[in-house]
Design a protein around this ligand. Structure first.
Ligand SMILES: [Zn+2]
Length: 171
């Protein structure tokens, strides 16, 4: 399992461009430049999103801790919503969290996300949703590091990472 994880991390930067074009083909609403708010019916999301993205983004499932592709990823770049392409976080705001999910202390833009109170499972939490498409991304907690003290605890599966520079192979 560990070997598979390492392999996945190693190939992600190399495959990121191909992954993106695949997403664009399947999902006509995916855009990293268009900020128009999307109000699509659940049936549309079910048709255009991969099943595992749909389960988290639209059905608010939570991926298992320490299993997602970005929980301990340290690449420099930007994180986008995997459902619509909205820019969400910079890697500069990512910190090593022990919780097993990718964690950030601030968003890239104030209106990049929106918040809803979440009282499910007998807890009092703040849900974080994509500001463009309303996808469930994760939760916000007050136990993060300086300068904000916030911890955006996200699901890897609803994030798309784009590195700052294309990966070059040095020989
Ligand atoms: Zn989105």
């Amino acid at each position: 399992m560990w070997a598979i994880g390492v392999l996945t991390l190693a190939v992600v930067p190399l495959l990121s461009c191909e992954n993106r074009s695949e997403t664009l083909t399947m999902n006509p609403y995916y855009s990293r430049t268009d900020t128009t708010v999307l109000n699509l019916p659940d049936s549309t999301w079910k048709r255009i999103l991969p099943a595992e993205v749909y389960a988290v983004a639209r059905k608010k499932a939570t991926e298992q801790a320490f299993t997602g592709k970005y929980w301990n990823y340290e690449g420099k770049g930007r994180y986008y919503c995997a459902a619509c392409g909205n820019s969400l976080f910079r890697s500069d705001a990512k910190f090593a969290s022990t919780c097993g999910w990718p964690s950030f202390f601030e968003t890239l833009r104030k209106d990049g996300v929106r918040y809803e109170p979440d009282r499910s499972y007998g807890m009092n939490r703040t849900e974080v949703l994509c500001g463009r498409c309303g996808a469930h991304l994760g939760h916000l907690f007050d136990d993060g590091p300086p300068p904000t003290g916030k911890r955006y605890c996200m699901n890897s599966i609803v994030l798309d990472f784009e590195p700052d520079e294309p990966t070059k192979t040095v020989r």
